[in-house]
Design a protein around this ligand. Structure first.
Ligand code: GLN
Length: 450
């Protein structure tokens, strides 16, 4: 049924870069066999799932929506997709994304534009736009994305689904193609908080193959979602004052404040919290992320992976032509910015300063979480925009992540869930944030609201 639905909708949506029907049927048969044998079928038995195309899948192309990896077929499986397979999930395809996860609209994909299911002329957000659109249109039940500066939460908000970026280190990144290693996290998309919790439970937990993976006990995120949570436990919720400033669409601001009223009505205690450095997250991010990206992307040189230009006569030309022809404009912009900010003489002025801002933002949050359990603000200052509207204006594109980026800089978990619609009928996302490793509390607060 899922494969039929994908076939029906893909001509309009283009959420998937490749549909893995064979693997899906094979995995589904394995579940059937387990049922027949009376074996444990796993937490996600038979559940159709979409996987962002920056997660390595053995024997199945993993392109990062980049020409430079167009023909790359990984010889190994990422930890998350391996864990999903063990849990019985059925992978139906690899989803479209911004090239190397750099972007906020999925328009920087080298291969196709994904449409927002709520309005086909609009973008699904990004960079995990294919995963968000696929879940919103029920082309799969749940999906995985990656979030370096908002790439799960912002598209979840634009497409009206739930998206969760876990604590840095909670989910193994073994087999995730690196963008900015001190920020990247993998996380779930679902049409409900419970679905996101189930998926998180299946992928979270220590992995010796990832040196940043935390060795902590994983709570049962699913069984802790019980009725009347807000009545049993007084949730202290803080509204981030600085998130309601310049650039915020008034309808988004009002809808999010209505959601806060609803939380209060449900029994939460509401306070206003000031995070004075919150809005410096965006400029700090656009130094730190490109710096790390410029180093991570040095490996695409025409030798080790994927594409190699054939118009070359010597080694240097092979490097330069391969990279010139293989990378798209946004990726090149990041490599150039990052190379500049890491250069001798500029390092102290840019990179080091950005790291200091990052520390201040972390301290803002530490202070905030000494007073409240959960922070709230809009996920994105605006709703889904029209395709093409921001392609020639990178700064206005970057601004869509103004409110999601500080959470990555601090390594905190953040979740976006639908809280209403604007005048055009486009979904608005409520962002909830908790302290490190407090995903259980975060999911409970979101579940109580939902
Ligand atoms: N939109 C942000 C960027 O372009 C965040 C991307 C992400 O989270 N992968 O860098």
């Amino acid at each position: 049924e899922t494969l039929d639905r994908i076939q029906l909708l893909e001509p309009k949506l283009h959420s998937f870069l490749c549909v893995t029907a064979d693997r899906a049927l094979e995995q589904a048969q394995q579940v059937d066999a387990k049922i027949a044998a009376g074996d444990d079928i796993g937490l996600l038995a038979g559940i159709p799932i979409g996987i962002k195309d920056n997660l390595c899948t053995k024997g199945i192309p993993t392109t990062c929506a980049s020409k430079i990896l167009e023909n790359f077929v990984p010889p190994y499986e990422s930890t998350v997709t391996a864990r999903l397979a063990t849990a019985g999930a059925v992978m139906v395809g690899k989803t479209n994304m911004d090239e190397f996860a750099m972007g906020s609209s999925t328009e920087s994909s080298a291969f196709q534009l994904t449409a927002n299911p709520w309005d086909l002329e609009r973008v699904p957000g990004g960079s995990s736009g294919g995963s968000a659109a696929a879940v919103a249109a029920a082309e799969c039940t749940v999906a995985l994305g990656s979030d370096t500066g908002g790439s799960i939460r912002q598209p979840a908000s634009f497409c009206g689904v739930v998206g969760l970026k876990p604590t840095y280190g909670l989910v193994s990144r073994y087999g995730l193609v690196a963008f900015a290693s001190s920020l990247d996290q993998i996380g779930p998309f679902g049409r409900s908080v419970e679905d996101a919790a189930i998926l998180l439970k299946a992928i979270a937990g220590h992995d010796p193959n990832d040196a940043t993976s935390l060795n902590v006990k994983i709570p049962n995120y699913v069984s802790s979602l019980t009725p009347n949570l807000m009545k049993q436990r007084k949730f202290r919720i803080g509204i981030i004052k600085e998130a309601f400033g310049e650039g915020l669409d008034p309808v988004v601001g009002k809808t999010v404040m209505d959601a806060v009223d609803e939380l209060q009505r449900l029994g939460a205690e509401i306070t206003e919290i000031s995070c004075p450095q919150f809005r410096y997250g965006l400029p700090a991010y656009y130094i730190i992320a490109p710096s790390e990206a410029s180093a991570n992307l040095a490996r695409y040189d025409g030798v080790k992976y994927g594409f190699r230009s054939d118009e070359t006569h010597n080694l240097m030309e092979m490097y330069t032509k391969t990279r010139a022809q293989g990378f798209g404009a946004e990726v090149k912009r990041r490599i150039m910015v990052g190379t500049y900010t890491l250069s001798a003489g500029y390092y102290d002025a840019y990179y080091l300063k950005a790291q200091k801002v990052r520390t201040l933002i972390k301290q803002n949050f530490e202070q905030a979480f000494s007073q409240v359990d959960v922070l709230v603000c809009p996920t994105s200052p605006i709703t889904a925009f029209k395709a093409g509207e921001k392609t020639n204006d990178p700064l206005s594109m970057y601004l869509t992540d103004l409110l999601s980026i500080p959470i990555n800089l601090a390594g905190l978990p953040g979740l976006s869930l639908p809280c209403g619609f604007d005048e055009a009928g486009l979904p608005i996302g409520l962002q909830m944030i908790s302290n490190v490793l407090q995903e259980e509390t975060l999911l409970q607060a979101a579940y109580a609201y939902e």
